[in-house]
Design a protein around this ligand. Structure first.
Ligand SMILES: [Zn+2]
Length: 356
């Protein structure tokens, strides 16, 4: 049940903000005038209406649903959208900085002056997760890197923000498919091989575990690519196979073929990500070479209309360039948008794929 505006701020406070044309209140609510049928942001420069004719709403949508039209002068929809997003990002930042705090949606919402209903919904649009799931994912990420760095299980769970080892075991088993202890033993012994090759895109690094590719990266210098690989898989034993490993050479060859736009079979993958990222990456692999989608199309295909930014950030976290073709996702206006390995490379790959 969506909360009413009275739960977040009182009508007096809201009216005070309207009377003083308080800019800092833009985005936290809108006010509607019954006599004109129009709603405005608090700082709208238009003449103040009579208090008796004013109603307050937490969002432009709610005001529209109640039959009001947006004021053309102050564009309240824009204020609610951009400031709402700013507040959602503040909430995310708060979660990041307080990993060990037990999270209540109500407390978080009032901290960033949004209604719990809006915070939950907008948070999901931007990050693809609820605030609670976001916190859990952050904790698991910290837990993994603590364990991979060799910390003891109890120390790693505590500093990742888990209040108890039981909570860590439960979350880890659910999201990692193994207990923290098993993960620690796995990280210690993890062996990664890699091979670096060349293509028209510059240097290509292909890295793999025994199960499949865990990283494909593009760059100008081999040393940079190697440094990034070590950072990502700190704790693992990493070896450069330098052309002496048949399977690695084969996989590198396949990736170079994909880079030149050829339709080839893709090597097996051994990648990890959040449930949402895995879902997005899976959707990307369904986009045929030579075609593209927009971020919002991918979001809709996943049943997450409006989550195009969350899709964009999952694309940005793609661990295997080319093999998961995040380069086939563009902005709605046809512009390439971002690319983890450089926008110019994204353009080049798309041109190569179109030419075939
Ligand atoms: Zn206005």
């Amino acid at each position: 049940m969506p909360k009413k505006i009275d739960d977040v701020l009182s009508a007096e406070t809201a009216w005070g903000a309207v009377s003083s044309r308080d800019r800092t209140s833009d985005g936290s609510f809108v006010f509607a005038v019954r006599t004109t049928g129009i709603f405005c942001r608090p700082s709208c420069p238009a003449k103040r209406p009579n208090r008796d004719n004013v109603e307050f709403f937490l969002s432009a949508e709610e005001a529209s649903a109640a039959g009001f039209r947006a004021c053309k002068r102050c564009n309240p929809e824009e204020a609610v959208r951009t400031l709402g997003e700013k507040r959602v990002r503040e909430a995310a930042q708060y979660i990041e900085q307080h990993p060990d705090e037990s999270l209540s949606l109500d407390a978080l919402a009032s901290r960033v002056t949004l209604s719990p209903f809006h915070l939950q919904r907008e948070f999901k649009k931007i990050f693809g997760l609820t605030p609670r799931a976001y916190q859990a994912a952050l904790r698991v990420g910290r837990l993994k890197s603590n364990l991979a760095a060799g910390e003891s299980v109890s120390r790693a769970t505590y500093s990742a923000g888990f209040g108890s080892s039981r909570a860590a075991y439960e979350t880890a088993s659910k999201t990692m498919g193994m207990t923290p202890g098993e993960f620690r033993r796995g990280a210690e012994g993890k062996r990664i091989r890699y091979e670096i090759g060349k293509s028209y895109l510059g240097k290509i690094l292909v890295a793999a575990t025994d199960k499949g590719l865990c990283s494909v990266a593009l760059g100008d210098h081999a040393s940079e690519l190697e440094r990034d690989l070590e950072k990502t898989f700190s704790g693992a034993v990493i070896t450069n196979t330098k052309g002496n490993d048949k399977q690695m050479s084969k996989w590198l060859e396949l990736v170079v073929a994909i880079a030149s736009g050829k339709k080839t079979q893709s090597p097996p993958l051994d990648i990890s990500g959040t449930a949402f990222q895995l879902k997005v990456w899976d959707a990307l692999r369904q986009i045929p070479a030579g075609t593209t989608r927009s971020y919002s199309q991918v979001a809709s295909e996943l049943g997450l209309k409006g989550a195009s930014r969350a899709v964009g950030s999952a694309c940005g976290k793609n661990p295997v360039a080319l093999v998961i073709p995040c380069h086939r996702v563009l902005r709605t206006d046809g512009e390439p948008g971002g690319y983890r390995w450089g926008v110019e490379r994204k353009r080049q790959i798309l041109t190569a794929e179109k030419a075939l």
